[in-house]
Design a protein around this ligand. Structure first.
Ligand code: UDP
Length: 462
């Protein structure tokens, strides 16, 4: 089942274009939800309309971004793409749904293709054993201690080899995302194509054994890309900084009228008349949803609020169900805690939940970049987030949000922001400006085009 879910497939969008055919977009089969479709510490059931994926909305075109970033920026992208026309890119990662990487690729791939830099997205397949190992690697690279066994190494290499055998790498630029498909670089042929490793995780303090195992693969790439200056390692290859990004026109981030927000809140049983504090994220220990429940309970002694924990499981994360259970236990029978285990296609619902929120929290203990923070800031929401990973790139303390280091700190900030609405509003406004300048998909497209041109130029010179 799992490997079937992860195999490369193309969705059937209502409007098929050359651009869309490059998209890999697969949902788990609607008839087999991963977990019972109930939400809420109070046992609320998700509306039936959420149990099947909606038809994908039409994809925005480059011109549609003009209203947000201006004509000059759109023209600059076309100019940068001119010399790359007809060239091809392959992006490879380990899940097509859930998590920030899939989120970004879903938008980046069609935009690059629209610029006639034809971009294909492949997803590697693997069994539970592979994803257990790669999840452990992920945690270990984020600094957790881990006993790297020969069996784990073998599983990692075996699935990489299986994927390598079934995949072709004829593109001019191959981009491998994160450690899961790292060993596909074994397919690299001398003198052909640029191979780039796009690392989305924080490598500043990795478990040495896991890093020593992976590093020789990384060193065989032409370049490595990190999401924050602080994530990089000392490597013999060039390193680039690419901030992750959101698409302001996606279902997740587009403007919504208030009646849509209200309808969705009604469907989900969220009461907009009282303050709403929300964390949207996968049910993952590193996102600390249990810590959020504890912080809410501390703050609740002083201020009235409800807590919404909305999340789901990325397909490459076997721990999700366990963490969800821990969250339910921590929540107990508090009727003001609403836990929503959302299917992965609920982008519009997440948008509405974020817009309905009074405050947004992302109390991560470790983080890659934290796209949920970007999404919250874009919606001008006062945001409280753990000072980890790429979050401090987004949250300048007390200017574009507030950073916290503990459950008590988080509780204090919930209370402070709920009782200082003018200040809360001002950080929300600055947060949106910060995202507009730095973390939109159009900035990301520009970075990919520049990198591709730099690599082409270096090859021509050599
Ligand atoms: N997300 C989602 N459904 C969920 C939980 C998260 O669509 O149930 C989205 C969230 O809105 C964000 C991304 O998944 O766009 C998570 O990215 P982030 O960088 O915050 O964390 P990651 O999961 O990649 O560690």
């Amino acid at each position: 089942m799992q490997s079937k879910e992860r195999s490369t497939a193309t969705a059937t969008p209502p409007r098929k274009s050359a651009v869309e055919s490059h998209l890999v977009k697969e949902w788990p089969e609607a008839a087999e939800p991963q977990r019972p479709p109930t939400g809420g510490a109070t046992g609320r059931t998700l509306p039936a309309s959420l149990l099947t994926p909606p038809a994908p909305p039409p994809l925005p075109h480059l011109e549609d971004y003009r209203e947000i970033i201006g004509q000059g920026q759109v023209d600059a992208l076309r100019f940068l793409a001119r010399d790359l026309k007809g060239k091809t890119i392959k992006m490879v990662n380990s899940t097509s749904v859930g998590g920030g990487v899939a989120e970004m690729l879903n938008r980046l791939v069609p935009l690059l293709s629209e610029l006639e830099v034809s971009t294909h997205w492949d997803v590697i397949t693997g069994g539970n054993d592979f994803f257990e190992v790669t999840k452990a690697f992920h945690n270990a690279l984020h600094g957790a201690s881990y006993d790297l066994t020969d069996a784990a190494r073998k599983i990692f290499l075996m699935y990489n080899e299986q994927n390598r055998e079934r995949m072709q790498f004829g593109e001019e630029m191959v981009v491998i995302h994160d450690p899961q498909p790292l060993a596909l670089v074994n397919s690299r042929e001398a003198g052909r194509g640029h191979w780039v490793w796009r690392c989305h995780i924080d490598l500043s303090n990795p478990d040495p054994n896991v890093w020593d195992f992976l590093r020789p693969f990384v060193e065989r790439y032409d370049a490595a890309i990190f999401s924050s200056q602080s994530f990089a390692r000392r490597l013999p290859i060039p390193q680039y900084l690419f901030y992750p990004c959101i698409d302001p026109l996606s279902e997740k981030n587009k403007d919504l009228d208030d009646s849509t927000v209200q309808r969705i809140c009604d469907e989900l049983g969220i009461d907009r008349k009282r303050p709403i504090v929300t964390q949207v994220s996968r049910f993952d220990r590193l996102k600390d949803p249990v810590g959020v429940v504890q912080a809410y309970k501390l703050a609740k002694k002083y201020v009235d609020c409800q807590l919404v924990l909305a999340g789901g499981g990325a397909k490459d994360d076997p721990e999700g169900a366990m963490v969800l259970q821990e969250v339910r236990e921590a929540a107990g029978s508090d009727p003001d805690i609403i836990i929503l285990d959302l299917p992965p296609w609920c982008a519009l619902e997440i948008n509405a939940i974020q817009r309905a929120s009074t405050l947004i929290i992302q109390k991560s203990i470790r983080e890659g970049f934290g796209l949920t923070v970007t999404e919250a800031l874009w919606k001008q929401k006062p945001t409280i987030a753990g000072a980890v990973g790429g979050i401090p790139n987004q949250i300048i303390h007390r200017l574009t949000g507030v950073l916290v280091h503990s459950i008590e700190g988080c509780a204090f900030q919930i209370r402070y922001l709920l009782t200082h609405p003018e200040f809360a509003k001002s950080i929300g406004v600055s947060g949106r400006e910060h995202v507009k300048e730095n973390f939109l998909i159009t900035t990301n497209v520009r970075r990919w085009l520049l990198l591709f041109r730099i690599l082409e130029q270096a090859k021509a010179k050599s």
